[in-house]
Write a protein that binds this ligand. Structure first.
Ligand code: MSP
Length: 659
């Protein structure tokens, strides 16, 4: 039976404004998940969103929408980001998913019945207008951090989890299982900062914040943070239901990968909850370091303050591609430690490793096979000169990378693959194929050299599959080799003579760092100006000035000329040879319409199917790229140019009028 591998990221707060620091945990997990899958293991990779709590409740209220209506687009944005970064998760769990909520209720009930959850009074600093409790450390100059008003010491009835009871068991867990919490330094932090002094019980319910899971045994109370969030790791597997096959197969998790600031919850609170439930604890928690900018944790506010650095993953992928961003995150930060992010470091990595080392090796190999052998792989020859060294390195590569990945050392795994790439480049210099090509007597040797290079390229491309998802596939395809090849294909000498070798355009074109830095700076300035403009309130209607931002005022009769209807996208495909256009078939009432929209950079054709949209139905039909368009689908656009479909907030049947 195949070995199983269950790996999780933390579930993300739906804060929006994502930066590359957010991508770090998930990209590492993705590389690990892909690596284990390629080893033939049965992998389950979980990620998702942590949606309950006061912050969401308040933000939604501020906008006069339900918490769900506030969160949904943010979750969609996060999913888009994962798609952009080729994240191969098996489930995206939301803490608002029905099965998760039911599971959390069962967990609370069991812990309540076993006496691990009890009722007591929570005492804290309370801000009456904000209806919020704050801890001493959260206060700003002794006042409410949200509204700046006075806070008062108040008591609230709450339920508590008996965390204190589990301190000795957790200390023993660390002692008996040195692998449980990694890197080692995190164990010392947990022991010295928390466990030594003894643990205090954890407040796990609130009556003031209602955007949470209602407790089954006391309906006034709603879950408060960590039990709800942490339980996602087992609720996703059907824990406690009749449908618990996944739980039985995959639990305990092999790895919870988390940022260092949430190690305490994963390495102390979570095992205590599991012990209280009588379930096994995860095999390993890994607390990785942070991406820093100017020495501080990259965060929403820091990102804005850090003028001159682009940290928006959407824009970074648009400029440099999925692989470049993945590579930087996986390679640059020494694993377990913090690492500094600058655009310059990113560009240097792209140029040095991807464009120079990998890109050159691939294009030189392809070009020489095209020039000298008409694009057909020559035959393998006897081992001569530096061949042995190159072949030995290729043959030893898997074991090295496997050991690194086993130790969760992803940067070293990549360094090992790139050592072979460098060796192969050096091999070209040593064997000088351009000189061999001039001498007809050396034709076989030239063929053998190029064969060895093609094999080195192939082996590196297979090894790179978990890390560089797009480039590895493109390279393997160019060698007429299976782009989904597993590690069982790594034997040197696998490619058959005569295999077509295609010349492809450079996979990582070299970037002019100075020019690119200047462009990024300009882009950031423009974007900043746009954001400022968008944030400016429009003039109030009462002073007689028009509310519009530039367009002339119109009368209600002008508006009435528009015919807007709700439609349902029943089919969608890309318009051939167009980067921007999608061709939708939209059902409006009982009629179908053909509509072309410029949204292919924001939605995939598959995503569009089933969407309920608003269509301008009395626009004069036109042909776009040869395809008939009988209407226009409405979208909202943010300051960064991201589009979001406009959709009726409640279920309105297709054909419904929009007024
Ligand atoms: N919702 C909690 C986790 C609950 S898990 C049961 C949470 N969410 S988060 O959105 O704030 O963070 C998600 C992940 O992003 C965490 O692993 C966090 O460490 C990571 N990062 C956010 N900023 C980061 C950096 N600047 N650098 C590296 N990772 C960082 O915490």
């Amino acid at each position: 039976m195949a070995k199983k591998y269950y790996i999780t990221t933390p579930i993300y707060y739906p804060s929006g404004n994502w930066h590359i620091g957010h991508c770090y945990t998930t990209v590492i997990c993705d590389a690990l998940a892909r690596f284990h899958k390629m080893k033939g293991e049965e992998v389950y990779f979980l990620t998702g969103t942590d949606e309950h709590g006061q912050k969401v409740e308040k933000e939604a209220a501020k906008r006069n929408v339900t918490p769900m209506a506030f969160i949904d687009p943010l979750v969609a944005q996060l999913k888009d980001m994962w798609k952009l970064l080729d994240i191969s998760y098996d489930r995206f769990i939301r803490t608002t998913d029905e099965d998760h909520v039911a599971c959390v209720q069962r967990i609370y009930q069991r812990l309540y019945e076993s006496g691990d959850i009890y009722k007591a009074e929570y005492e804290g600093r309370y801000c009456t207008p904000c209806e919020a409790f704050w801890t001493e450390s959260q206060l700003k100059d002794g006042k409410c951090p949200d509204c700046g008003r006075e806070v008062t010491l108040q008591k609230e009835e709450s339920y508590f989890f008996r965390l204190s009871k589990y301190a000795p068991a957790i200390l023993k867990l660390y002692e008996d299982n040195p692998e449980f919490l990694q890197p080692k330094s995190r164990v010392n932090e947990m022991v010295n900062n928390f466990l030594k002094a003894g643990l205090t019980d954890l407040c796990v319910s609130r009556t003031t914040v209602k955007w949470g899971v209602q407790l089954p045994f006391d309906k006034k109370h709603y879950s408060y943070v960590w039990i709800d969030a942490l339980s996602n790791y087992i609720s996703a597997l059907g824990y406690g239901t009749e449908n618990d096959a996944l739980f039985r197969k995959f639990w305990p998790a092999d790895l919870h990968m988390v940022g260092k600031e949430i190690v305490r919850f994963h390495a102390i609170v979570w095992p205590a909850i599991l012990m209280a439930l009588g379930e096994p604890v995860p095999r390993q928690i890994y607390g990785h370091g942070w991406l820093l900018i100017g020495g501080d944790k990259l965060s929403k506010s820091k990102q804005e303050a850090a003028a001159g650095e682009l940290t928006d993953p959407y824009e970074l992928v648009k400029r440099y591609g999925t692989d470049a961003l993945r590579y930087f995150l996986l390679r640059e930060i020494p694993f377990g430690s913090d690492g500094e992010y600058t655009g310059e470091r990113l560009l240097n990595r792209i140029n040095a490793d991807l464009a120079n080392d990998l890109g050159n090796l691939v294009s030189r190999t392809q070009a020489m096979i095209a020039q000298n052998f008409g694009g057909k792989l020559p035959a393998r020859g006897p081992v001569e000169g530096p061949d042995g060294d190159l072949i030995a390195m290729c043959e030893a590569l898997f074991e090295k990378v496997d050991a690194d990945m086993g130790a969760l050392n992803v940067p070293d795994a990549l360094a090992d693959i790139f050592a072979v790439i460098s060796r192969a480049n050096k091999y070209i210099d040593e064997t000088a194929p351009w000189i061999l090509a001039k001498d007809p007597a050396q034709r076989e040797r030239l063929g053998a050299v190029l064969y060895n290079l093609a094999e080195a390229v192939r082996i590196c491309a297979v090894m790179l599959r978990p890390f560089l998802t797009k480039a590895s596939a493109a390279i393997l395809r160019s060698l007429s080799f299976d782009e989904n090849a597993g590690f069982e294909t790594l034997r040197f000498g696998t490619l058959a003579a005569g295999t077509p070798i295609e010349r492809i355009p450079p996979i990582f074109p070299r970037i002019d760092v100075k020019k690119e830095r200047a462009e990024v700076e300009k882009f950031l300035k423009e974007r900043h100006a746009q954001t400022e403009k968008a944030a400016k309130p429009s003039a109030p209607a009462s002073d007689g000035a028009p509310m519009s931002e530039g367009k002339p005022e119109i009368s209600i009769d002008d508006f009435a000329k528009l015919e807007l209807r709700v439609g349902e996208v029943v089919a969608c495909e890309r318009v051939p040879n167009s980067k921007k256009l999608l061709h939708e078939t939209v059902k409006i009432g009982d009629k179908l319409r053909s509509v072309v929209s410029g949204i292919a950079e924001h939605y995939t054709a598959e995503e569009m199917v089933g969407k309920r949209v608003v269509v301008v139905t009395n626009l004069k039909p036109v042909k776009l790229c040869g395809v008939l368009s009988e209407g226009m689908i409405l979208c909202a656009e943010d300051a960064q140019g991201n589009l979001s479909l406009v959709s009726p907030e409640r279920a309105i049947a297709s054909g419904g009028a929009v007024r």
